[in-house]
Design a protein around this ligand. Structure first.
Ligand SMILES: [Zn+2]
Length: 344
C-alpha cells in the first residue's frame, strides 16, 4: 500500500468517526446510485480478465449491510421517482444497479439481495443475451489471457496482432486492461476486427461457464421478484459512434423487446461504457425512457440531468484494508463530496 493510500485511509477513518462523511449527513437530499458488474466466487474472479469488475458474494453482502444501515435502498426507477417527488427520508435515497446481465447476477447477486430485502436494477444488452454471446470486451479479455498462457509463441502472436491494429499493450494497468482500454479508442469496425483476430488466434478454448450471460427466462424471474429491468442497448455499442438510425434502433428496439420479454415497463437506459453525449441523451428521451445512467462518478442533486445520471462504481479492493476486510469509513469517504481530495 502506498504512503498516499495509507494516509488517505487514516483520514477516511478519522472523519468517519467524527461523522463528517456519514451518508446521513453528506448524501441527504441527493440520489446516490451504485454500480456492480460481476458477482463471482474468489476462484472465478482469479480467472476473469478484469478483476476490478468483480465482487464476491461475501463482498456484495458487506456492501449491502452498509447500504441498508445508512441509506434507503431500492431499484433506480422507484428511487428516482421518489427523489423527483421531493422525498427526503432520514436515510438518503440509494439505487443499486448491475450492468451487462451476467449470469452470476442471477445465481449470486439475487440471493444476497433477497436476504437484505433490497430491490435493484439490472441492465440488459439485448442482442448479446438473445444470442448468448459474450460482450466484446470479455471475448477480447479471454482471448488475451489464453494467448498469454500458451507456451508456444502465444505472446508473440498477441503482439503481432496488436501491432497490426496499431495498438500497444503498455500502460498503467494489467496487460489485458491496457489492451481493452486501447481497443476502445479504435473505430467500431477496427475494434471488432481486432476481437475476431484475437479470438481466432486463441483457438477453440471456450470461455468459462461462469462468464455466460443470463437468459431471458432468468431476466423475467428477476422482474417477477420485483427488480427493475432496464436497457443496456441492443449491441453494447459505444452510443456516440452510432449514426441516428442505429441510435434509434439501439434504444427503441431494446426497449420494445425487453417490455415484451418481461411484461414490465422499461423506463431506464444504461449507456454502454457510460458513453453519452447530448445527441444520444436526446435519442433516449425520444424513445420513451424516463431516465438514463452514465458511469461518471458522483451522486445527483436537484440540478441533475435525468438522462445523464451519475453513478458510483463499486470496486471491492478500494474499500478494504490490506487483509481484505471491508472498511465502512473508506466507502463513506469515497461516496462523500470530499473524495477524491487526496487522490484515487
Ligand atoms: Zn456494459
Amino acid at each position: 500500500m502506498s504512503a498516499k493510500t495509507i494516509l488517505r485511509n487514516s483520514v477516511a477513518r478519522l472523519i468517519f468517526q467524527m461523522g463528517i462523511t456519514r451518508p446521513e449527513r453528506c448524501s441527504r437530499g441527493r440520489l446516490s446510485i451504485v454500480t456492480f458488474h460481476h458477482v463471482l466466487p474468489e476462484a472465478d474472479r482469479q480467472a476473469y480478465p478484469y478483476s476490478g469488475l468483480v465482487v464476491t458474494p461475501e463482498e456484495l453482502d458487506a456492501f449491502l449491510t452498509y447500504f441498508t444501515v445508512h441509506f434507503d435502498c431500492g431499484a433506480l426507477a422507484a428511487q428516482h421517482e421518489r427523489y423527483l417527488s421531493g422525498e427526503t427520508p432520514a436515510r438518503p435515497l440509494l439505487a443499486l444497479t448491475f450492468d451487462d446481465a451476467q449470469h452470476d447476477n442471477y445465481s449470486f447477486a439475487r440471493p444476497v439481495l433477497a436476504r437484505h430485502h433490497v430491490k435493484a436494477s439490472f441492465f440488459v444488452p439485448v442482442v448479446a443475451v438473445e444470442r448468448q454471446k459474450l460482450l466484446w470486451h470479455d471475448r477480447l479479455g479471454f482471448a488475451v489471457l489464453t494467448l498469454l498462457k500458451q507456451t508456444h509463441g502465444g505472446r508473440e502472436q498477441l503482439m503481432r496482432i496488436l501491432a497490426t491494429a496499431g495498438l500497444s499493450a503498455s500502460g498503467p494497468h494489467s496487460m489485458v486492461s491496457n489492451v481493452v482500454g486501447a481497443a476502445k479508442e479504435l473505430t467500431l469496425e477496427a475494434r471488432l476486427r481486432l476481437v475476431e483476430a484475437l479470438a481466432e488466434a486463441a483457438g477453440a478454448t471456450p470461455a468459462p461457464e461462469f462468464a455466460r450471460l443470463m437468459t431471458f427466462e432468468e431476466i423475467a424471474w428477476l422482474a417477477a421478484d420485483g427488480h427493475e429491468i432496464g436497457s443496456h442497448s441492443m449491441t453494447h455499442c459505444l452510443m456516440p459512434e452510432c449514426d441516428d438510425r442505429a441510435l434509434a434502433y439501439e434504444v427503441a428496439e431494446s426497449r420494445r423487446m425487453l417490455q415484451a420479454r418481461t411484461g414490465q415497463p422499461i423506463e431506464t437506459f444504461c449507456y454502454p461504457n457510460g458513453n453519452a453525449d447530448a445527441r444520444t441523451a436526446r435519442a433516449v428521451a425520444q424513445a420513451g425512457y424516463r431516465r438514463a445512467v452514465t458511469t461518471t462518478w458522483g451522486n445527483n442533486g436537484q440540478d441533475a440531468d435525468r438522462f445523464q445520471l451519475l453513478r458510483y462504481d463499486m470496486v471491492a479492493r478500494r474499500v478494504q484494508d490490506s487483509s481484505g476486510k471491508f472498511v465502512p469509513a473508506q466507502l463513506a469517504f469515497r461516496m462523500s463530496g470530499f473524495y477524491p481530495g487526496l487522490g484515487s
